[in-house]
Ligand binder design. Structure first.
Ligand SMILES: [Ca+2]
Ligand SMILES: [Ca+2]
Length: 111
């Protein structure tokens, strides 16, 4: 799925990637690197960012994740919003463990 997006972007907008350093692909890559270096399993990552241990991640939790993934502060809020929208399948403004797992599967981020 990620590689399909890459091909389409490159075909339609040849200069897109050089002008926009923070593509979706780049952000996902950073998150993947963070997940691999910091955590052994997705469960560990989820429970780390679920700071109040209620089994749900909020937009604020995603901002912390993005900060640790070295995503630029200027775009962090927008990216957190985007991640919430794409992860949160039942639209309760939080991301459950089930939704998190599903999103990781779809993004291609592996354990
Ligand atoms: Ca929580
Ligand atoms: Ca949800």
């Amino acid at each position: 799925m990620v590689s399909e997006i890459k091909v389409r972007d490159a075909d339609l907008l040849p200069n897109y990637r050089s002008k926009m350093a923070w593509t979706k692909e780049k952000i996902l890559q950073n998150i993947e690197v963070l997940m691999r270096s910091k955590f052994e399993t997705p469960e560990q990552a989820f429970s780390y960012y679920d700071r109040d241990k209620d089994g749900l991640l909020t937009k604020a939790d995603f901002k912390i994740l993005l900060k640790e993934a070295n995503v630029n502060a200027i775009i962090r809020g927008v990216v957190a919003e985007f991640m919430m929208k794409s992860f949160d399948q039942n639209n309760d403004k939080t991301v459950s463990w089930e939704e998190f797992q599903e999103a990781i599967k779809e993004s291609g981020i592996k354990e």
